[in-house]
Design a protein around this ligand. Structure first.
Ligand SMILES: [Zn+2]
Length: 278
């Protein structure tokens, strides 16, 4: 599943590719990809003829302004959604969900194997979260000033929930998933099963710093090599070759040589080093 660095990589790709992209034609191949009120018909009417403006990201949500004063276009990739750029006409694969063309017949294609990805059209003047209601539940961005060790301490106070599980909760911090939760906990030397409320302020400050650091590194290399993630040009990122623990179960820890452990926690594979994290 794409996490913050992968979604940010996609945002940058869309911003580059769709500069001065006027949506001349849209084909929705699968109606359930459109999640906004009024469904396919209203979505197509909202976007057709609009110029795609600036792209932003909040957690794992992507939003584009539509010009002039045409509202906004929202996207969530969920498990397997990905955009493809086709400069010349190419036959769509069976997982093609939505297609957008400009006047030059260049195509932005949304392909989604599992079909959980969603798109919205938000009319001009409406708050984004009135339509993309999931935005209301998001905690602070990891890179924002609001996300501090003290914030974590206050939010996790008294919680018996394992810290790994807490990090996956989008209402605690936006955009973090399995890969970067495991990697940041390793870097901070914290066992993933630690009860959240028992962590000290020093540990939480360190966790915050390491999480921000690992996200920065991964954005810098264009996202992860893991999962089916691809950017607009069909390339997956470079994060993974240098992962410390994620998907390295049984292999020696890169710091101390102890075999990395993997265990299911809240239904998700969790990887850690029992020597470095205790
Ligand atoms: Zn180790």
């Amino acid at each position: 599943m794409p996490e913050l660095p992968e979604v940010e990589t996609v945002r940058r790709g869309l911003a580059d590719r769709l500069e001065s992209f006027e949506i001349a034609e849209i084909e929705v191949c699968r109606a359930r990809a459109i999640a906004s009120p009024g469904g396919v018909e209203r979505f197509v009417a909202g976007l057709k003829g609009a110029m795609v403006g600036a792209w932003s990201r909040r957690g794992k949500y992507l939003m584009a302004q539509l010009e002039p004063n045409r509202g906004s276009w929202g996207v969530h990739l969920r498990m397997t959604g990905q955009f493809q750029w086709h400069a010349t006409p190419a036959a769509p694969c069976s997982h093609t969900r939505v297609r957008f063309w400009n006047q030059n017949n260049e195509e932005l294609r949304f392909v989604d194997l599992r079909s959980f990805g969603e798109m919205w059209w938000i009319p001009e003047g409406n708050d984004l979260d009135s339509v993309m209601t999931g935005l209301k539940r998001l905690g602070p961005e990891p890179f924002s000033d609001a996300f501090t060790g003290a914030y974590l301490k206050q939010r996790l106070k008294g919680s018996a929930r394992p810290i790994k599980t807490a990090l996956l909760d989008q209402s605690l911090v936006a955009g973090v998933g399995n890969i970067y939760a495991d990697e940041s906990l390793f870097a901070a030397g914290i066992p993933p099963l630690s009860p959240s409320g028992k962590l000290t302020i020093e540990q939480l400050v360190r966790l915050r710093d390491e999480l921000v650091n690992v996200l920065h590194i991964s954005i810098g290399v264009g996202g992860t090599t893991f999962s089916d993630f691809r950017d607009l040009e069909g390339v997956n990122g470079n994060y993974g070759g240098q992962s410390w623990v994620y998907r390295r179960s049984g292999q020696p820890c890169r710091k101390c040589g102890t075999p990395i452990i993997r265990e299911k926690l809240s239904g998700r594979s969790t990887h850690w080093c029992p020597s470095c994290q205790r």
